[in-house]
Design a binder for this molecule. Structure first.
Ligand code: NAD
Length: 487
């Protein structure tokens, strides 16, 4: 059986998901399919009153179900049923997502959706295993740290991996005993609506998972500033993260986790396995057409092996199989919008005007939709926008170095610090540099996450505050209370 489908055959849920049911709403924000550029739907826009309703519903669901106060194992079991249902409904979820996003349907079923279910199971297991702590005190006292859910968590996700990002937020927040009001991106909202519907079918209390659709300025701002939202969990650009911090400061202080942008370096030393490095670097640039926060978009290579590595990369980038996201064989994604194509063109043109050379790619592919050729740019300087700005597309810049110090200095971005890759066969060098790289994640002789969800992810510098995944994400969804009892 094929996963391929006719994009015009999909009926879209049109509304918000509040209190366990779809609340119909009219389409407001125009939506275009990245794979063929056709206008196909509109995204509803929740205003402050509707966000109020969702927050109130979430609060009532918590009170009614005692989700955060009942037996933790019941939370685990309910979340595991939800994960089972996500796997069983993978094809429907994948179609809803592939239609509007840049994720190919085959990648969704084998990757994003399988991983989302896995991560929900991973966090479900924390519910009855991670608690507080008894702490050392003198004999006259008993000291302990109790932990409690926050209540209603406000979550906001980006368009690039809609279901995985929803899973990152919902898994730990729900396992930790909270309810959630989630706003997916206005460009890719439909699969998240269905994910929420599946939670109710799996037996999670209605009202625990609420999804409101809309944009950042109206709906997002209403969520982050809402007095009934006790914690904010955001993934998106650094600019939106900063706007959220401002809004939270303006409307009342509350904890927040911010997973933001990146411009991650990949350092390749002459002693590295160049074939392995070329494979990992190309995969990072080609995966979702470079539209990933962790995209390793800056190659920093030891000068004496630069030509050999670049030749291996050019060959790999030329072998892509672009296609509509609704075809199972598609391996190379479109970019999200026409605007994004214009933006990439602008940055690449500026680099070339500044003396850089485009070794391959450098423009859109000759086919319908928003497809951009994988692009390699050499001869860039450290101050070029191509090196400094998060391009969020299939564009790799190349810089060369002579020694470790120069490599580290080129790797150090003035504002981003999300991830870094390091390719070398020298173990001492790997450890030495790992210690000095200013990034929340360092991959050595590989690039990209594994399915070891215990490893947290998050940025240094302006790439974020706090962590998703891992124990940290679970604990970030519970507040701690210090208790001292005089005996
Ligand atoms: P974006 O910041 O434009 O939007 C992300 C979400 O925030 C959307 O739902 C949007 O509607 C909402 N939003 C925008 N402004 C807001 C505001 N002022 N208040 C509240 N909500 C607001 O980002 P995007 O284009 O959807 O996604 C791409 C960005 O996300 C890239 O910068 C990428 O690096 C980042 N990202 C980071 C991670 C990570 O783990 N660090 C993961 C995925 C994506």
């Amino acid at each position: 059986m094929t996963l391929s489908f006719d994009p015009n055959s999909i009926s879209l849920p049109m509304g918000h998901f509040i209190g366990g049911r779809l609340v119909p709403a009219e389409a407001v924000i125009d939506m275009h399919r990245p794979s063929d550029g056709k206008a196909y739907a509109g995204c509803p826009l929740a205003d402050a009153a509707l966000v109020d309703q969702a927050v109130e519903t979430a609060r009532e669901a918590l009170d009614r179900s005692n989700w955060g106060g009942g037996r933790p194992r019941e939370r685990t079991k309910a979340l595991q049923r939800w994960a089972d249902l996500i796997e069983a409904e993978a094809e429907t979820l994948a179609r809803l997502e592939a239609l509007s996003s840049t994720r190919p349907v085959g990648h969704l079923v084998a990757g994003d959706i399988a991983v989302t279910a896995e991560q929900i199971r991973f966090f479900a297991e924390f519910a009855d295993k991670e608690g507080g702590d008894l702490v050392p005190t003198d004999d006259a006292n008993l000291g302990m740290i109790m932990t409690e859910p926050y209540g209603v968590v406000g979550a906001i996700t980006p368009w690039n991996f809609p279901l995985s990002m929803a899973g990152w937020k919902l898994g730990p927040a729900l396992a930790a005993g909270n309810a959630v009001v989630l706003k997916p991106s206005e460009m890719t909202p439909f699969s998240t609506l269905y994910l929420a519907e599946l939670s109710v079918r799996a037996g999670l209390p209605a009202g625990l998972v609420n999804v409101v659709l809309g944009d950042g300025p109206i709906t997002g701002t209403a969520i982050t500033g809402h007095p009934g939202i006790s914690k904010v969990s955001f993934t998106g650009s650094t600019a939106a993260g900063a706007a959220i911090m401002t809004n939270i400061a303006r409307t009342g202080v509350k904890p927040m986790t911010l997973e933001l942008g990146g411009k991650s370096p990949q350092l390749v030393f002459a002693d590295a396995d160049l074939d392995l490095a070329a494979g990992a670097i190309a995969a990072s640039i080609l995966s979702n057409a470079g539209q990933a926060c962790i995209c390793g978009s800056r190659l920093i290579v030891e000068a004496k092996v630069a030509d050999a590595l670049v030749a291996a990369l050019v060959a790999r980038l030329a072998a892509v199989r672009p296609g509509p996201t609704w075809e199972e064989t598609t391996d190379y994604s479109p970019v999200i919008s026409e605007r994004q194509i214009a933006r990439m063109d602008g940055i690449i043109r500026a680099a070339i005007d500044g003396g850089a050379e485009c070794l391959t790619g450098g423009g859109r592919l000759d086919r319908e939709g928003y497809f951009y050729a994988p692009t390699l740019i050499s001869g860039v300087t450290a101050t070029s926008p191509a090196v400094l700005e998060e391009i969020f597309g299939p564009v790799l810049t190349i810089q060369t170095f002579e020694d470790e110090e120069e490599a580290l200095s080129l790797a150090d971005h003035p504002s981003y610090g999300l991830a870094a890759g390091l390719f070398t066969r020298d173990l001492s060098r790997a450890i030495r540099l790992t210690r000095r790289l200013q990034a929340g994640t360092v991959w050595v002789n590989r690039y990209g996450r594994s399915r070891d969800h215990i490893l947290p992810t998050g940025g240094y510098k302006q790439s974020g505050i706090g962590k998703d995944l891992g124990r940290e994400a679970y604990h970030a969804n519970r507040k701690s209370k210090s208790v001292l009892i005089s005996l």
